[in-house]
Design a binder for this molecule. Sequence first.
Ligand code: ZN
Length: 240
Amino acid sequence: MKNRERFLRSLCGDRAGFDLVTIRQVHSSLIWRVGREAASAESQLTGDGLITDKPGLLLGILTADCVPVLVADLRKAAVGAFHAGWRGAVDRIVEKGVGRMRMEFGSRPEDLVAAIGPRIGPCCYPVGEEVRQRFEAQFDYAGELFREVYDSDPVRRKYPMLFLTARAPGHSDLGPATHLDLADANRRQLMAAGLRPEAIHSIGECTSCSPRRFFSYRREQALSGRMMSVIGIRPSPGSS
Ligand SMILES: [Zn+2]
């Protein structure tokens, strides 16, 4: 809570007029339209997306490898914040989020801008075959989201005999691993929803590669902290 206070103070000065709304994240594609009442701790919702057109609310998403995606409609003054791990991406949370903004606020996709925050990169994100299958069942571009990465562990390269297994060819851990580009999966969904490519900004840094800057669940396991990404509409000067 102290870190949150520090973060909000550094972002909003004395925080005048801003209330933070977070959500109990469960890797779903549930999206909530919220107002100021959602800022109280007792009313915390469960889901993975928040949208609002109310000034003075900061929509917060917590991540440590998953992808935080922030969307703003500059014309209608509405914002959205989404949490997209691989499950959320398979469930198209970001595509659905843009759809909800269209429905609730009359947003036009060409007026939207989006930010993709720090997330685990394809460099550090091996996934199982079932994950690839889930994406392939959903997206015709799924093949472009995965890459084969050969083990670059220097110990394994030097002493391959130590790591021989008795499993059938193609089933050992020595073969190429399948790595997922989760940021690109979300960028593709924003584009499929109608955003202009130049309106999508990605920090492009890998949480697992940068221990000094980012928490990473894969790297730190249960000890990992979380980062918070927020978006909100500044209250107009003079309003309460
Ligand atoms: Zn990495």
